[in-house]
Design a protein around this ligand. Structure first.
Ligand code: 3HC
Length: 311
């Protein structure tokens, strides 16, 4: 009976045994993984758009090469994660349809505009920094294909964060205009980066089950706190400030206290009314339509090869 199966399943989770595609799993475990992994993949793919916007305007060949490599990495992360989600029984077309129809979510952070070159450095430092904070624990997530995809992804993410921070160090040693450009970008990206970790655990609908099934290893607030503590030290190296007057070391907690997040803005962006939501989904739908012939050609080629290999 199902109760036994659920007990055997939970014992495996508690014993840190990875769950593989062919193993029995509670339907809710399957569904919540399809939800999280597909939305993670959508985030990677949509995340290519804000940065792609600056490839043709990078200030040097070196910066252009680095940015092209990073955007290509994000595409690869998306494809890994779509493949990991497919092992749970959802098709690629279904996931793409969910993104294009607005049914599926993707990370709110990618609905903000990239206004200056310094945004590229701040995205590397803060957005990829937050992504690493959230994705390192996912290397030990209970679902095998997801954890293996994350191990590869995290290696590339550290390059993303390093290159971003390095470009900010260069700019922060530059002219007054360059320094002002960095501070402006930090001011615009700081709070949206904190929102990447999700709502407070008390408001989080998925955290309890996600922790019981060891999909999530730490709550949203704990990872967000680690991120604030880390960035508050790093920003000093840039001689810049974070736009939060309430940021203050709390000796007793051994963490930084910080200000209130604007959850109205968060839910506004998540529900589709952020600065760039329409632009991002229009771009994805257009890319999908214009790429139709490539998918048809690849299918026709695969069918021809299948016939040839039977001769
Ligand atoms: N943007 C959009 N939706 C968000 C969000 C955000 N920043 N934070 C939370 N949400 C959504 C959740 O998806 C959930 O909605 P759903 O049930 O319809 O999916 C709802 O808000 C409540 O949040 P929960 O905390 O209950 O949801 P989770 O337990 O899924 O936790 C999460 C949210 C921490 C983002 C988790 O899903 C996760 O770890 N996902 C994998 C990592 C990921 O997707 N990171 C996003 C950035 S990817 C990236 O940065 C690429 C890098 O290369 C730049």
């Amino acid at each position: 009976p199902v109760q036994n199966m659920e007990k055997i399943f939970q014992d495996k989770i508690d014993a840190e045994v990875r769950i593989e595609p062919k193993d029995w799993m509670p339907e809710k475990y399957r569904q919540t993984l399809i939800r999280q992994i597909s939305q993670h993949a959508h985030s990677e793919i949509v995340g290519m758009l804000p940065e792609g916007n600056w490839i043709s305007r990078a200030p040097s060949l070196k910066r252009k090469q680095i940015l092209i490599a990073k955007v290509q990495d994000e595409a690869g992360h998306g494809l890994y994660l779509y493949s990991a989600a497919e092992t749970l029984g959802i098709s690629r077309d279904e996931m793409i349809e969910q993104l294009h129809s607005g049914k599926a979510k993707y990370s709110s952070i990618f609905n903000y505009p990239t206004l200056t070159w310094a945004d590229m450095g701040v995205i590397g430092w803060l957005v990829d920094g937050a992504a690493i904070m959230n994705q390192v624990p996912l290397c030990r997530t209970s679902y095998g294909p997801y954890s293996r995809a994350m191990i590869r992804v995290c290696k590339e993410e550290s390059f993303h964060q390093r290159q971003g921070f390095e470009s900010l160090v260069v700019l922060s040693k530059g002219s007054e205009e360059q320094r002002a450009m960095v501070q402006d970008a930090i001011d615009r990206w700081w709070w949206p980066s904190l929102m990447m970790f999700g709502p407070h655990d008390s408001e989080s609908t998925n955290t309890e089950a996600s922790m019981k099934w060891k999909i999530k290893r730490f709550g949203n607030d704990e990872l967000r706190q680690r991120f604030v503590d880390m960035c508050t030290e790093q920003v000093k190296l840039l001689n810049m400030t974070l736009p939060d007057p309430d940021l203050k070391w709390n000796e007793e907690r051994q963490h930084y206290d910080f200000g209130k997040i604007n959850w109205e803005e968060f839910w506004n962006v998540v529900s589709g009314n952020g600065p760039c939501n329409k632009q991002r989904l229009d771009a994805r739908r257009k890319a999908w339509e214009e790429g139709g012939w490539v998918r048809e050609a690849a299918k026709a080629h695969a069918e021809k090869r299948a016939v040839r290999s039977k001769r």
